[in-house]
Design a protein around this ligand. Structure first.
Ligand code: C2E
Ligand code: CA
Ligand code: CA
Length: 492
């Protein structure tokens, strides 16, 4: 045994004796860490028993005791630091996991909210969609039934409508556009308890009010009014029937003769659309043309008129011409009308100079440049362009010098004023002089009396048209001969 800096092995320390014996018997050293014992011993020691050999014989066991206090402190500190770091890392992991779970829950909630929003709202405008609006309206009706509205509500509804329109009328800045966008809107309103008590009739009546608001102008609002809206309902029914008439080929053309040479020489005919309705009788074009214009049917109708008129005129002796009325709505699709006219001429084989297109001033009020270009292109086909109804609308002279019209048609309101008011005669004379100075021919419409015919010839009109000279007639009743002042009654 060797002395240690701390203690010696004694009988009272059987554990150490056993370790020493173990080292001596097995020739192996062993070390262990333990607290120092005794007042003068270091706080922490490592003890090892090393067998001492001489040859193959074990002659003793040395007990080596090393002071491990400093390293124990370092170890303890490192352990504490490591434990602290491990704790922190674990806390961070738990916090991160919790945040992730919370974020995912929030995202799911957002997706859910978005999905329910999309199910109930219009994607573009964010307003309630039709089906959800109807449900909410039904709920509101059930809730309000029994509590009838008062004037008070109509005032608040009109105030709301005006506020909405004012807000929408403000210029809107849109991303990617350098200029502010201006939009307009129309509002149609029906009052619960006054114009209906269930969602269906309220919606229907509000839509009728909306149609009326729209027909009144670009922006405005309107309440349902049973008497006024009945007229709109009729227009809807007419539009429905017109679609059927167009698809079934029920429309017809009548032709009214045009006479030159002081009303003697037949120059051609104006094609006028006729609609023999199965229950309403003949619907006048003044009624169904505006309906067709409002409902987008004018394009199909216009194409049909062009084709049918050119086809008919191709069978007349040359140089008799046909005049076809074009609605301003037919110019909405840019110069598509040019292709349609060319197609009608090609299909019928009619020479372009035998086709005359009648337009009204209303066409030139908007989009003048584009319309003038389209008119030039039409004229480029070789057809003639006439200004219809001159003297009733704006009669702006600017239109006359900005486009080389071939003909100007004096409206029948002026014709009918001749003889009774000297100023009308002066106006007609001036129109004729002005037109002739611009190399434009003049037609006078609505000639019903010999006195009107004579006055118009005296004022220098080139062409006459009216019941006195001939009514519009179906193609099979046309007699292509010089005028003998024969009045033919228009028949169904
Ligand atoms: P509009 O182009 O001014 O056609 C002349 C209208 O005056 C025709 O009415 C004709 O029947 C009528 N009229 C002719 N002579 C006399 C007369 O001596 N006295 C009276 N009181 N009336 C006379 P209609 O056929 O009822 O056509 C009315 C309007 O409907 C036409 O006026 C034209 O603007 C439009 N329209 C007719 N057919 C078509 C068409 O195919 N396309 C387009 N876009 N409009 C058409
Ligand atoms: Ca006309
Ligand atoms: Ca006319």
């Amino acid at each position: 045994d060797s002395d240690s800096p701390g203690t010696r092995a004694t009988a009272a320390d059987p554990q150490r004796q056993q370790q020493a014996r173990h080292a001596a018997q097995h020739g192996a050293s062993a070390a262990q860490l333990s607290r120092g014992q005794g007042a003068s011993a270091p706080a922490m020691v490592s003890t090892s028993f090393v067998p001492l050999r001489h040859g193959t014989q074990t002659i003793g066991v040395a007990e080596i005791v090393l002071d491990q206090s400093a390293s124990a402190v370092t170890t303890a500190q490192s352990f504490r630091r490591a434990a602290l770091l491990a704790g922190l890392a674990m806390a961070l992991c738990i916090a991160a996991a919790a945040t992730l779970v919370r974020q995912r829950a929030r995202q799911e909630q957002r997706l859910h909210t978005r999905a329910s929003f999309l199910a109930e709202h219009d994607v573009l405008t964010g307003a309630l969609n039709h089906s959800h609006f109807s449900r909410r309206l039904e709920q509101a009706c059930r809730h309000s039934n029994g509590r009838r509205n008062s004037n008070g509500d109509s005032q608040s509804v009109s105030a709301l409508a005006q506020r909405m329109l004012a807000r929408l009328a403000e210029p809107h800045d849109l991303p990617g556009l350098s200029e502010a966008v201006h939009i307009s809107a129309c509002v149609g309103a029906a009052l619960h308890g006054v114009d209906g008590t269930d969602a269906g009739s309220l919606l229907h009546n509000a839509e009728l009010a909306l149609l009326r608001a729209k027909s009144n102008g670009r922006s405005g609002w309107s309440f349902y009014d049973a008497s006024l809206d009945r007229r709109l309902q009729e227009r809807r029914a007419l539009a429905h029937d017109l679609s059927q008439a167009l698809s079934q080929g029920w429309l017809r053309l009548h032709f009214q003769p045009l006479y030159g040479d002081a009303g003697h020489t037949l120059t051609g005919y104006e094609a006028l659309a006729r609609w023999p309705h199965p229950s309403r009788g003949f619907v006048p074009p003044a009624e169904f043309i505006p309906v067709a214009e409002d409902n987008g049917q004018i394009e199909a109708l216009g194409r049909w008129v062009l084709d049918a008129a050119c086809h008919e005129a191709a069978s007349w002796p040359a140089p008799l011409s046909v005049a076809v009325n074009l609605s301003a709505a037919q110019f909405r699709r840019g110069d598509a009308i040019v292709g349609e006219v060319a197609a009608a001429l090609a299909a019928s084989g009619l020479a372009p100079q035998r086709l005359e297109l009648e337009i009204t001033e209303s066409l030139l009020i908007n989009h003048t440049q584009q319309v003038l270009a389209t008119l030039q292109a039409l004229r480029g086909l070789g057809v003639r362009i006439a200004m219809d109804d001159f003297g009733t609308g704006y009669s702006s002279l600017a239109y006359l010098w900005r486009f080389p019209f071939d003909k100007l048609k004096i409206d029948r309101a002026l014709t009918q004023g001749l003889g009774s008011d000297a100023r009308v005669d002066a106006v007609v004379r001036s129109i004729v002089t002005l037109a002739h100075s611009l190399s434009i021919k003049v037609n006078a419409e609505g000639v019903e009396t010999a006195a009107q015919r004579d006055a118009l010839c005296q004022h220098g009109c080139d062409e006459l048209q009216g019941y006195l000279l001939g009514r519009p007639m179906p193609a099979d009743r046309l007699v292509h001969r010089e005028n003998e002042v024969v009045v033919v009654l228009e028949t169904a």
